[in-house]
Design a protein around this ligand. Structure first.
Ligand SMILES: *Cc1c(COP(=O)(O)O)cnc(C)c1O
Length: 409
């Protein structure tokens, strides 16, 4: 799962660090490519924008799901072509649109934004090929839509056909829907894809246009806890290929995209943190680790959710909280004797706590704890400026065994 030797070696230099493993990224991206045919994958950069991680995934043939102008620019700088970069997020500014319009396919998130893109395209004297993010008349679990801050409601889009037809500097070439992350039920994802392909046909009929792409968004989850069952991507890939085959008889011109962040990177990252202090108070033993809440916030959020909820399984809230037992804490020690401890961090706040009263091998100063599932929504979400502590290093283990500090590069 991770290379203890490499971690112990690096721990001589860094008190806390992320280690991303190129081999694992290649393994997970290959799995998707092998299991799905006739699908182009887009990497959701926001899940982990580490330059070596992004490089590896782009070299595997993935396009970009960019959530900001800066992610569009990053993808462009790394050599992706315009039709490999999809820029989808609410609330784009005129400047965002001006700078992105010639190097990416912009996905309009609202009618206002369609007007903004029209304005920019007109000023530049071009016809912008765009996508529309739709809030569809369905969800993963039901056949009715729900209110959302994302996208344009399906019926509102269709009601505005005439206005859209009047915009001469815009051509709608695709649709995008993303309504769920971290879904582990294969059947639900299959069902969702089916509904999406039917939606694509409704859009073509209602707007009298030909779609060049249908972006199915994300959904494919990854097991975090031991109780989670992985998505059967082999089955899902086959089922999707069959759907696409039938669909392409009607819409041969459309490409199918699937976005993913967490599936390809979650398991490729671990977080390592050194024991800075050990103490006892009123009979409890505290292990003080380096940069926990501030370095990798999610285990603290999980601890917070679990200790403040009356539910045994508090409701997940992606991407801050995935569910109970989402992270393992593994001590890199030969010690076999166990004891009950509380794992806390070195911040001046009591919230900096990642596990209460858990059984761990007896720890010593400078021992290293490894936290799993640190490859996605980890470094990017963590409040690293808090208390002005030196943040964790970002290390990358190449498939030929070299460790690169990606910030010194
Ligand atoms: C964040 C995001 C994703 C990625 O979700 P994962 O659960 O990491 O796969 C995909 N699409 C959009 C639009 C997103 O905002």
């Amino acid at each position: 799962m991770f290379n203890s030797e490499v971690i112990l070696e690096q721990a001589k230099m860094y008190n806390s660090f992320y280690l991303y493993d190129q081999k694992t990224i290649i393994e997970y991206t290959n799995k998707l490519k092998d299991d799905f045919s006739d699908v182009k994958f887009l990497y959701s950069i926001k899940s982990n924008p580490n330059p070596m991680v992004v490089d590896t995934i782009f070299k595997q043939g993935f396009g970009a799901d960019a959530a900001s102008l800066n992610e569009v620019i990053l993808s462009n700088n790394k050599g992706l072509k315009k039709d490999e970069i999809y820029y989808s997020t609410p609330g784009k500014t005129i400047k965002d649109i001006e700078d992105a319009i010639e190097i990416s396919i912009i996905i309009a998130d609202s009618l206002n934004e369609v007007m903004k893109i029209q304005e920019v395209a007109k000023a530049k004297g071009i016809v912008a090929k765009i996508g529309i993010r739709i809030n569809p008349d369905f969800t993963f679990n039901s056949n009715v839509g729900v209110s959302s801050k994302f996208g344009i409601d399906e019926n509102i889009l269709f009601e505005n056909k005439k206005e859209l037809d009047g915009l001469k500097n815009i051509e709608i070439i695709g649709i995008h829907v993303h309504i769920r992350s971290q879904e582990l039920e294969t059947d639900l994802i299959e069902d969702y894809y089916k509904k999406m392909l039917i939606l694509a046909q409704r859009v073509e009929e209602n707007l009298s246009i030909k779609l060049k792409f249908i972006n199915l968004g994300s959904g494919i989850g990854i097991p975090y806890s031991k109780e989670d069952k992985p998505v059967d991507t082999e089955y899902l890939g086959n089922a999707t290929a069959n759907m696409i085959k039938t669909f392409k008889e009607k819409m041969p011109h459309a490409k199918i995209f699937i976005e993913t962040g967490r599936f390809v990177v979650t398991k490729a990252g671990v977080y390592a943190s050194k024991v800075l202090d050990i103490k006892e108070s009123y009979g409890n033993k505290y292990i003080v680790l380096t940069n926990t809440l501030n370095g990798f916030v999610r285990p603290s959020v999980a601890q917070f959710a679990e200790s403040n909820s009356k539910e045994e399984y508090p409701t997940p809230w992606e991407p801050m909280f995935t569910g109970k037992n989402s992270f393992e804490f593994i001590a890199l020690t030969d010690e076999v004797e166990k004891e009950i401890v509380t794992l806390a961090g070195n911040l001046c706040t009591a919230t900096d706590m990642i596990a209460k009263d858990i059984s761990m091998p007896k720890l010593k100063l400078d021992d290293v704890i490894v936290i799993t599932n640190a490859g996605s929504y980890a470094a990017v979400l963590s409040p690293m400026q808090f208390a002005s502590l030196t943040p964790p290093a970002q290390l990358f283990l190449t498939d030929d065994g070299n460790v690169i500090n990606t910030e010194e590069n």
